[in-house]
Design a protein around this ligand. Sequence first.
Ligand code: SF4
Length: 167
Amino acid sequence: MEKILISACLMGRPVRYDGKGKPLNHPAIARWREEGRLVEFCPEQAGGMPTPRPAAEIEQGASGDDVLQGRARVLEITGGDVTAAFVAGGQKAVEIALQNQCRYALLIDGSPSCGSGFIYDGSFSGTRHPAFGVTAALLKRAGIAVFSDRAVDALEAEIQHRINPML
Ligand code: SF4
């Protein structure tokens, strides 16, 4: 059975920087949970970040790959450099995904860790740009197919296709 690493906040866990969850109600997610496909994980908590914590963004319009190549940092709105914790959390996400044989990851968009369709540009002004966050970039490098929370239907279609290639 294909397993899915899922952002814990999408399951309603109160792990976000503001101490809240961001549950996504979708029939496919409810079904995947019942089927035992979902592996909940929060890379920022796993990297040692407290909850709540200051908002953080990747600096200067850079991407998760830039962070992994040492070309950019992850900075808190208060100025703290949390790059090491974000990379450590992303590496743990890869470990957990591989241990659980996850072929897919379903991650919430916009996060400097979990974003895959867009992240924020480091100015803390709400400005988006298309890029992967640190965890999403590491999972992709590990061969795990990353879907954003806006692409649940696409992930469902992909899984259905693997179950029945005639569909
Ligand atoms: Fe959610 Fe990912 Fe942020 Fe954790 S790191 S709170 S799972 S978006």
